[in-house]
Write a protein that binds this ligand. Sequence first.
Ligand SMILES: C[S@@+](CC[C@H](N)C(=O)[O-])C[C@H]1O[C@@H](n2cnc3c(N)ncnc32)[C@H](O)[C@@H]1O
Ligand code: SF4
Length: 487
Amino acid sequence: MLTVEEVEAHIERQHGRRHSNKVLHGHPSPLLWNHRDPPMTQIQAERARAQMVAPKHVSLYVATPYCLPTDPDRCGFCLFPSEVFTGQAELETYLRYLQREGEMYRSWFAQSQLGSIYFGGGTANLYRADVYPKLLDIVRDVFGQIPGNIEVTLEGIPQLFNRPKLERMKAAGFNRISMGVQQLQDDMIKLSGRKQTAKQVFQNLDICNELGLATSVDLIFGWPGQTVERMLDDLRQVVGAGVQHITHYELNVAGRSDFAMNHAATLPSSAQNLEMYKASREYLRAQGYHQDTVYDWAKTATEEEAIGAGRYVYEEQMRGFLTPDAERGAHGYETWGWGFAGCSYFVGTPSSPGWAIMNATRIDEYYAHLDAGRFPIERAYQYELPDLMLNWIFQRMQSCWLDGREFASLFGTSLHDEFATVWQAFERRGWLEQDEHGIRLVGDGPFYVPLLQTLIAMDRVVDIRKQQAEMFVPPAPVTPRRLPTVA
Ligand SMILES: C[S@@+](CC[C@H](N)C(=O)[O-])C[C@H]1O[C@@H](n2cnc3c(N)ncnc32)[C@H](O)[C@@H]1O
Ligand code: SF4
């Protein structure tokens, strides 16, 4: 473990730098998921055993792979896998394959209860209005009835919502709309190549309010050329429209995205992003929003107000993977990511830590697996106890509060003692407070969660890399494929 001085030196070197990997929801990063062909029968049996000890509700994520084409590609900033949409026929094909994957998992979920449903993407509002009831029928095919009191969200982009679609969504059983707005001002939107207008955003939010659909809006700060004032203008408009849940992400710039390659010169610095974060926090608090996670702001006050009032139950359940609260009947939640690039977290118990699984991130591969009768998996990771511990910390860190008693009851050790030097270094900066109940992120601490996550996972990531290097067996030589002959 690093000493406090070493941690402080690391923070000093890194805290002014842009973190290309923003807040992680789990540990380890999918880059370290090393199983290409995980033993699914064994995983199913392990999951079933873990469910007997600690039954969990399922947070269901259902993916749609496609997005409207943009210039620059992938909205210029997006790092999520997606495929370019070319027509409705593709969506019909995709839904048939999605059903086939559902059939493969039906026996896994026969005894499970749904805790929430989230249709995301890609772009989940590309479907025609009449398809939304079918989307939920596909879920019923696997789970039976959908409980009446759970959150059922559909995520989409502003220009693809309209009254007939929203009415069909509402009638079908969706009760929450999550709109990816990102930016409201035309010159800012233009950089992403997206064809959306502020008018579409507010018209659709009005229709949702009229229909009684809860709304959530995603905005991004740290956009090329953005200033604090322009960011606040967007927030003021969204708050003015009565949106009760706002996700305000810091722009993640990485890879070969257009923003990384062509807009580096106009990106705000990390210090300017911190100023934006603070200005946004001050503004949203003054407007009656409370910080539910590092990036999530909600206007509702209590649990009871959550469903139907805009609170993001799905996102919250992503975190609550394991609680020691036996009286609740189910101990937290597990996530099944169904479809293209879906990520599933079948997190188990300390004695059987479980698995993380990622589906194919290219549509032809997703189809090819299913055509061959295989689970459509690209990679998976088998957790070990240290990963489970880090996973718990990463997830709970989203809410800026780590409950020391809960940690001790799950893992039998003290949260304060684990990673003590990291907590101390953050405490010295005024970013974290410790007391006998737990550890809380305070001040600018939430902004530095990516740095905190890097530090506490550092030793374990080195161990994983070492283990994986030792396990590495060079692949058998393959005969190069012949190039097609051009006539
Ligand atoms: C996977 S996207 C899908 C949503 C929808 N297709 C859209 O474009 O609005 C979900 C959310 O992730 C966020 N996001 C995507 N790429 C991001 C990036 N590079 N940095 C920060 N947030 C990002 C956006 O706010 C987006 O609304
Ligand atoms: S930001 Fe949304 S619409 Fe754009 S490429 Fe990513 S998932 Fe698709």
